[in-house]
Design a protein around this ligand. Sequence first.
Ligand SMILES: Nc1ncnc2c1ncn2[C@@H]1O[C@H](COP(=O)(O)OP(=O)(O)OP(=O)(O)O)[C@@H](O)[C@H]1O
Length: 251
Amino acid sequence: MSGGLSIRGLSKAYVPGKPVLRDINLDFDGQGVTAIIGPSGTGKSTLIRCINRLVEPTSGKVLLDGQDLVPLRGRALRLARRRIGMVFQEYNLVERLAVMENLLSGRLGYVPLWRAWLRRYPQEDIDRAFALLDAVGLPEHATRRADALSGGQRQRVGIARALMQRPALLLADEPTSSLDPRTAVEVMELLTRLAGEQDVPVIVNIHNVELAKRYCGRIIGMHQGSIVFDGPPEKLMPEHLTLIYGGEDWM
Ligand SMILES: Nc1ncnc2c1ncn2[C@@H]1O[C@H](COP(=O)(O)OP(=O)(O)OP(=O)(O)O)[C@@H](O)[C@H]1O
């Protein structure tokens, strides 16, 4: 990725005068996985969603490779969004469609009949979908319906789909929160491996601090809409956690 992502003076208030994000400034210029941690309601999802404009920023800039995404509308916004993959907590798969169709829909849009992809999608896309299914450990599941998969398998499909468009950036909004602890570890392992293999920076919003420290090269700690820690996991000390999560009585 040349240039990377720069966030400048980003603020968001869903209700005028009550900011949820306050003047966020961040730069992501390398690959690797960055975790955003912080208490519930502190603005982590809002920050992730302002990056791909699922949420409209109130002010500020989101520069991807130098292009500000905030003023974009219509086709220009759709084109810019294609460069940002998104993985959701609840997977957001089309449940009644086959795994392969879910992947290909990440590329071209919705195709209603399961066999249609064979004829309608370019061979290159089909080859990439199979390669990604392999990469996420589901090579034999191409024809299974999404609703027949476990949560962990669904999230793997969600990750593969997000990578179909060869994004310049991958966002993951609480990708492990719906999973059991072991599966959560596997999904974080996968995200870390793919960040390297696919050469894509990943920003993940995550509640589990231990998982964040184990798998992420950079931790961003938020408290009440502001960044209060930004550094590598080995620098994240108990006093930082107190700053992020408030008092010590919960520890
Ligand atoms: N669409 C919305 N309209 C109004 N307020 C919202 C909306 N979305 C989020 N909020 C509020 O903004 C604040 C931040 O929410 P956000 O979901 O970004 O926090 P979070 O840190 O991701 O929380 P969690 O860890 O619980 O998901 C919360 O007070 C929330 O109630």
